[in-house]
Design a binder for this molecule. Structure first.
Ligand SMILES: NC(=O)c1ccc[n+]([C@@H]2O[C@H](COP(=O)([O-])OP(=O)(O)OC[C@H]3O[C@@H](n4cnc5c(N)ncnc54)[C@H](OP(=O)(O)O)[C@@H]3O)[C@@H](O)[C@H]2O)c1
Length: 274
């Protein structure tokens, strides 16, 4: 009897690690925030938009990738997402054109049934002193950054499903007040107003709307010579400028369940640059 008991105890002890491992293995991973949901990211063929599309796909969202001219890059973003097990489509469309924006949302709806997360990211940056700014450079920036983002947010207001998330890209330049950045920073300050006003219009639908304001980030838009990049890196406590993935992570946090209570705000994601 004693022998049997000892044997049983020993057998139990031997089996315990395997049993525990089995129990741990049986635990299901927590559901990803995007599972069964869809996200649309404007200007996602490269830079912050591409990183955001990939990150949201990792989080389980089916993603609509948008581009203006770089079709091959947009196609590559979709291939990368699919290679990692995600779902994505890509569509050309100029955000400055309201009909193109509607068509972009239509394509997303056709592919994925609706939209839960909209990231208004597409923008251009033209900089010059006031005295030398051309009408053409200023007007194109207004058309893309102010009217374009308005077109996207208007469609998002009409179509985002309850419980969704809307993020529009502002910039730390709205605080920095740098010479030559007046026109660009003004278009980015508009995103703060858009987020605040739209968050209230969507009352009762649990849709958060925020402006995410990156600092200097390593993309084509940051078209400055290496010494200026180094200077920007030195101004950041981490000693580097941002990578697109740093910004994508911050956007993904806003789009997660934990982001719900952040609403109508400008969120600065700049590593402490300013
Ligand atoms: N990088 C920074 O340091 C920084 C700092 C603060 C804020 N931001 C903001 O972050 C956002 C992304 O910037 P980024 O640095 O990633 O820019 P980027 O590298 O220049 O990429 C811009 C993206 O927008 C697309 N795009 C441009 N005009 C468009 C239009 N009219 N319609 C549709 N798509 C258009 C481009 O498509 P194509 O490839 O087809 O041209 C590209 O995918 C912008 O809102 C920017 O203002 C950036």
């Amino acid at each position: 009897m004693e022998k049997t008991t000892r044997r049983s105890v020993l057998a139990l002890a031997a089996a315990a690690p395997a049993a525990l491992a089995g129990a741990a293995g049986a635990q299901t991973a927590p559901p990803r925030p995007g599972n069964g949901r869809a996200a649309l990211v404007t200007g996602s063929s490269r830079g912050i938009g591409a990183a955001t599309a990939k990150r949201l796909a990792q989080d389980g969202f089916a993603v609509t990738v948008n581009y203006l001219t770089n079709r091959d890059l947009a196609a590559q973003v979709v291939r990368d997402i699919e290679a990692a097990g995600g779902r994505a489509i890509f569509r050309q469309g100029d955000v400055a054109d309201p009909e193109a924006v509607k068509a972009l949302f239509d394509a997303n709806e056709e592919a994925f049934g609706g939209v839960d997360v909209v990231i208004s990211n597409a923008a251009i940056m033209n900089t010059a002193p006031f005295a030398q700014f051309t009408d053409e450079a200023f007007d194109r920036m207004i058309a893309t950054n102010i009217k374009g983002s308005f077109n996207v947010l208007r469609e998002a207001a009409r179509r985002t499903r309850d419980g969704g998330r809307i993020v529009t890209l502002a910039s730390t330049s709205i605080k920095a007040m740098r010479a030559t950045h007046g026109g660009y920073a003004a278009t980015k300050a508009a995103q703060q107003i858009y987020a605040g006003c739209l968050s209230k219009e969507l009352s009762g639908r649990r849709i958060s709307v925020n402006a995410l304001a990156p600092g200097p980030t390593n993309t084509d838009l940051l078209d400055v010579p290496p010494p200026l990049r180094a200077q920007a890196a030195q101004m950041t406590p981490y000693g580097r400028i941002g990578e697109p993935e740093d910004i994508a992570n911050a956007i993904a946090a806003l789009c997660s369940g934990d982001g719900e209570w952040i609403n109508g705000q400008v969120v600065f994601a700049n590593g402490g640059f300013l």
